[in-house]
Design a protein around this ligand. Sequence first.
Ligand code: MBD
Ligand code: FE
Length: 308
Amino acid sequence: MTVKISHTPALQAFFEEAAGLGNDDGSPRVKSIVLRVLQELASLIEDLDITEDEFWKTVDYLNRLGGRNEAGLLVAGLGIEHFLDLLQDAKDAQTGLTGGTPRTIEGPLYVAGAPLSQGEARLDDGAENGVATVMFLEGQVFDADGKPLAGAIVDLWQANTQGTYSFFDSSQSPYNLRRRIVTDAQGRYRARSIVPSGYGCDPQGPTQACLDLLGRHGQRPAHVHFFISAPGHRHLTTQINLSGEKYLWDDFAYATRDGLVGEVVFLEDGARGIEGRYAELKFDFQLQKAVVSEAEQRSARPRALQDA
Ligand code: MBD
Ligand code: FE
């Protein structure tokens, strides 16, 4: 057994130098992370006999991934974002922080600052009138004791019938299918929207290129995203994934979870002022108590902000 080159004392010392351990400037936290990345990468290159061609193609791939703003998409597709949820779930279980609606991934397509309204909102701008199926989405937000939570902010976003999201799809109007709704005295939110279609990765993009090499598709079931927050309660990032969807349990981003499947009901009864077929989706949420005030906030993940 020969000792791995990447593990020799000389190379370990070299990586420590490259990670800035020999100086007193910079960030100790970043230094320890970068050191670990260098060590693991060197070890992987050695163990898997990564060729120079493979290495430089990968460097170029990362440039293309960033150039297309798809880094957040790739981490979702490789299940890393779902892993972060599983890790948080496990930590919560260890500390007894259980109950309430399950979390699931945010994904890369949120835009901050959507219009805020009281109790109800219409999410779509009407651009797909006659093409889309109208969907009434409503429910209640409850606290950990099962009491209705008034004044909670339900921040929701979804795709249109093409499976694309406003801002990222510049053909849609600003904040189309994105709203923040404050729950009423009974903790209720009500939205008039349209039935979304599932998202598919750009077939020409770098994320799909990687998925192709893994023999995988890049499709998600139709879904609606939610951030739910209220003072004194733990921020919840979650989604409703729609029943009856081909990719419901074959989601490339692994976001569908037990407890997060919404039953879409199609009606044609002339009610709600809708002629013809429309959909109803009822979904309630339950928040945990915030143990510390920071738990009220979503992660500090950098997010898009629509310019005015
Ligand atoms: C989406 O709409 C989404 O929710 C995720 C997680 C990844 C890509 C597109
Ligand atoms: Fe999405």
